[in-house]
Ligand binder design. Structure first.
Ligand SMILES: [Fe+2]
Length: 183
């Protein structure tokens, strides 16, 4: 029920042709393609994003690098110490790939029953695909600005915020937020 709601929210902005194409391609293939897209932009389109990389004193910055009806690619800058609280991606698949500095990720998967959030460091040149059930908190724990490239399929439209109860191993939603606030 929960995942059905998420998928519905992700596809509601597509027209019939786009929704049909989305269904035919499939989530797994698009997730893999999202990671390839992020890596390709990182490695082969350096001139596209490198000129945007500069120190950020506070918060995050977002630059949309590419968008079509099934995919979008963002460059996101993270100031030292900034944390994006726990969130999902509204039912879309995607990928994250660090191109400058490093990020720390606490993550889990929906439905979140009795889990503990795991943690991993993402150094420059590291990243991974995000499935539709992925929830994570992303922090720049370093002392230099970090930049990461994110690809989403279909386009990201909303995110649900969560708070975790570590003792119970449960998550509770704490609001629906626009992606421009939460990327
Ligand atoms: Fe995210």
């Amino acid at each position: 029920m929960h995942s059905m709601t998420l998928v519905s929210s992700a596809t509601s902005n597509l027209n019939a042709r786009e929704a049909g194409l989305l269904k035919r391609v499939g989530s797994s293939a698009r997730r893999s393609t999202a990671l390839v897209l992020a890596q390709r932009f990182a490695r082969d389109a350096t001139e596209v994003w490198a000129s945007l990389v500069e120190p950020i004193a506070c918060g995050r910055r977002f630059y949309r690098l590419y968008s079509d009806h099934l995919y979008e690619v963002w460059l996101i800058g993270w100031s030292p110490g900034v944390c994006l609280p726990l969130h999902d991606h509204g039912g879309v698949s995607g990928a994250i790939y660090v191109v400058h500095g490093a990020l720390d990720e606490r993550f889990g998967s929906l439905p979140f029953n009795g889990q503990t959030l795991r943690r991993r460091a993402l150094a420059r040149g590291e990243g991974h695909a995000l499935d539709t059930q992925h929830v994570h908190e992303v922090t720049n724990t370093g002392n230099v600005t970090a930049y990461s490239i994110h690809a989403y399929t279909p386009r990201l439209r909303l995110m649900n915020g969560y708070v975790v109860d570590e003792a119970q191993g449960t998550l509770a939603r704490n609001g629906l937020v626009e992606h421009t606030e939460w990327l």
